[in-house]
Design a protein around this ligand. Structure first.
Ligand SMILES: [Zn+2]
Ligand SMILES: [Zn+2]
Ligand SMILES: [Zn+2]
Length: 163
């Protein structure tokens, strides 16, 4: 498995196809079920959330298998592991097999834990990112491929209830 792994990373656009061909049948079924669950979900799911949903379509799966596959899929750049500051990792698909999931940023409410995904970026943000990535890659001689942007604060509902 480790050899195949290395190849997946290079072949960015074919990561899914390449990872899922040829592995043990059971692992493949578990991974496909996990991906299917995350594809349908518009939220960020914890390992336990994924387990509950996967278990419905694939009853023989265990929690350990789910954990292991989530780690594997994260290492293979299929999933992103997000930390919203509540001590529980959440997962989301970086892209689907047909590349449909769109890139988004997060607004995290630290009071209720709500996470707003947005993909309508404001101009200032895009300009900042473009400049920051350019400057950083020059300064550290590093090719930036992606980023994870997350802002913490208070959502409208929580701000309203405090007044
Ligand atoms: Zn972005
Ligand atoms: Zn809130
Ligand atoms: Zn997200």
């Amino acid at each position: 498995m480790p050899g195949r792994f290395g190849r997946c990373r290079q072949k960015k656009n074919d990561a899914l196809g390449c990872c899922f061909r040829g592995d043990g049948r059971r692992m493949t079924a578990a991974r496909e079920a996990i991906i299917a669950v995350l594809e349908k979900s518009s939220e960020h799911l914890s390992a336990e959330d994924v387990y509950v949903k996967v278990h419905r379509i694939y009853p023989r799966i265990g929690l350990t298998t789910v954990y292991r596959n989530l780690e594997f899929l994260t290492d293979s750049n299929v999933l992103a592991k997000c930390d919203f500051g509540d001590g529980r990792a959440r997962y989301e698909l970086i892209r689907t097999a047909n590349g449909e999931k769109e890139h988004h940023h997060h607004l995290v409410c630290t009071t209720c834990g709500r996470v707003i995904n947005y993909s309508e970026f404001i101009d200032e943000e895009l300009q900042f990112l473009k400049r920051a990535e350019k400057g950083l890659s020059k300064k550290y001689d590093f090719q930036i491929a992606d980023h994870l942007i997350q802002f913490y604060g208070t959502c409208q509902t929580c701000a309203g209830s405090k007044k």
